[in-house]
Ligand binder design. Structure first.
Ligand code: ADP
Ligand code: MG
Length: 508
């Protein structure tokens, strides 16, 4: 368990995440304006009358966004509510022209109810993280403070874009249930899992750098073994894994210090400073907002039928957790390898393309990817989009086909592992062509002709009588010495397994 050492006791962390993902759809949740929001689009060119809340404009729920939410809900093993409502969450802010945000009320079942995702826990075992709910809501606009020396500008392009807010669950009544996030690393793994599920389903790009995924981070601490939860703080609007982990750790230490000095933590909303790596109070509980939620009278209640849910369930692609299980059960990969290869959907697609259903390739391809390709991101196009690269100065992109060819040539004894590594290095250096072409060009082929290997073996044995003597008297570790010499004599081209077998035979 992840703990932080205090002066007199060890402390454990309790973390709750509220994650917003921007839902992919052509138009916004309640209007027909384009939802293809990105910050480079000219301000206010994608905001319609509904978005800027002109009097008399009525919202109409976008059915596709509801389907996206259902898809995501099924992806996190959640209950889909057959009945839910939209409510007005009221606050005033210049980027919110309606004067309220349409969301789903906190005290009612939202479209997606209780579910869970599975992540790797800090102890290396699978761990369920329970999710309380996921609800649909509108995004706000954006204020721009850098366009005019004395004025702030409002851009309503993002106003009304669909968000799905996913809230982790904490079983307050049953503190023994530890299916919640307990460390900065688990927080990162949870967010990555959410991201990959959203991407696999096409529900969201879920990209933190682009702002299509953001998280509010709730943190509390308690002495190891304490049975109740203590007061938490909430740090809003975090947009990178690194900052989230740093904010959690800083906030936990800050709270521990307060407790150790005899103080109490108050339920504040915090702000995180990226430059300092610190948190500070933004507003205290006394200033907590009362949003006065009430059902939006302009929108019908949302009814979802069993048939609709079943229809959507049938369109679900394989999710990262199923991919992981497939790699372990069908391909015999280790838990670690399966985790690495499902870190992103792009990576698993790349891997699947290279294995191409041939299970003999499964392990060697995994090894090449994890120990070689991951170390060379410039040559490893994980999106698998660059098929050919004509620019001689651009890095040589290694394709799934290259790696299948490489492992097949090793398996069929056309080249040995050492030669494969040399070919790989040549590709990193920019060498183009198929693996066969590169092998031919550099005269790399493996000697598997027993006669040729045998004469090299005999030669080495003849030239090293004293080592032969030592080997025979029990110093079997010398086998490597003999193999090395035979490989040298054959210019690295002999099949090492055959060399080893022949040597063992002849040395008795
Ligand atoms: P709010 O509506 O004020 O944002 P919620 O009850 O919805 O609060 O909780 C928000 C998040 O905070 C949830 O993920 C929840 O699990 C988490 N949370 C609640 N209590 C605690 C606590 N004591 N320590 C850590 N996280 C908590
Ligand atoms: Mg909250």
């Amino acid at each position: 368990m992840f703990t932080i050492k205090g002066k007199t006791t060890d402390w454990e962390l309790v973390i709750g995440l509220e994650t917003h993902i921007e839902v992919l759809s052509n138009s916004k949740i309640f209007s027909g304006a384009s939802a293809n929001y990105n910050p480079t689009i000219a301000p206010n060119t994608q905001a319609c009358m509904v978005d800027v809340a002109m009097p008399g404009m009525l919202p109409v729920l976008n059915k596709y966004c509801v389907e996206q939410a259902i898809k995501f809900g099924l992806g996190i093993n959640a209950e889909i509510s057959r009945h839910s409502r939209f409510a007005r969450k009221q606050y005033f802010y210049p980027d919110l022209p309606q004067g309220y945000q349409i969301s789903q009320p906190a005290e009612e079942p939202p479209v997606v109810g209780r579910g869970y995702v599975e992540i790797m826990g800090d102890d290396g075992n699978p761990k369920k993280i329970f999710i309380e709910r996921a609800h649909l809501e509108q995004d706000a606009g954006k204020l721009k403070h850098d366009m005019h020396p004395t004025k702030s500008m409002a851009d309503y392009n993002r106003t009304g874009v669909t968000l799905l807010e996913i809230v982790t669950f904490l079983d307050i009544k049953n503190p023994e249930n530890n299916s919640y996030i307990t460390s900065p690393d688990e927080a990162e793994r949870y967010l990555r899992e959410i991201r990959e599920i959203a991407r696999a389903l096409g529900v969201s790009k879920a990209n933190m750098e682009e702002g299509s995924m953001r998280a509010d981070v709730n943190v509390s601490v308690r002495p190891v073994g304490e049975k109740t939860f203590r007061t938490r703080t909430e740090t809003k609007n975090m947009v990178s894994f690194k900052f989230i982990k740093s904010a959690i750790e800083y906030e936990a230490r800050r709270q521990i210090e307060i407790y150790e000095n005899g103080g109490t933590v108050s339920q504040d909303t915090m702000r995180y400073s990226q430059s300092e790596g610190t948190t500070s109070v933004l507003r205290s509980k006394e200033d907590a907002l009362d949003y006065r939620y009430f059902p939006d009278p302009d929108l019908l209640e949302l009814e979802i039928t069993d048939d609709e849910i079943e229809r959507i369930r049938k369109t679900m692609p394989e999710l990262p957790s199923a991919t992981r299980a497939r790699y372990i059960n069908e391909y015999g990969l280790s838990e670690y390898d399966a985790n690495r290869l499902t870190e992103t959907v792009d990576i698993s697609h790349w891997y699947d393309a290279a294995v191409d259903g041939k299970s003999a390739r499964a392990k060697p391809v995994a090894n090449w990817m994890i120990s070689e390709l991951f170390a060379h991101p410039e040559n490893f196009d994980i999106t698998n989009e660059i098929k050919e690269n004509d620019d001689p100065d651009a890095p040589r992109i290694i394709t799934p086909e290259n790696i299948s060819e490489l492992v097949d040539m090793i398996a069929s004894n056309e080249i040995n592992g050492k030669q494969a590594k040399e070919i790989f290095i040549k590709m990193l250096d920019g060498e183009r062509g198929t693996i066969h072409e590169i092998a031919d060009k550099y005269g790399m082929k493996q000697i598997t002709d027993t006669g040729a290997i045998e004469s090299a073996v005999d030669e080495v044995i003849k030239n090293n009588p004293s080592q032969v003597e030592q080997y025979k008297s029990g110093k079997v570790g010398l086998l490597g010495f003999f193999i090395g010499n035979v490989m040298k004599a054959t210019h690295g081209q002999a099949n090492p397994a055959m060399v080893s077998d022949l040597l063992k035979q002849k040395l008795g």
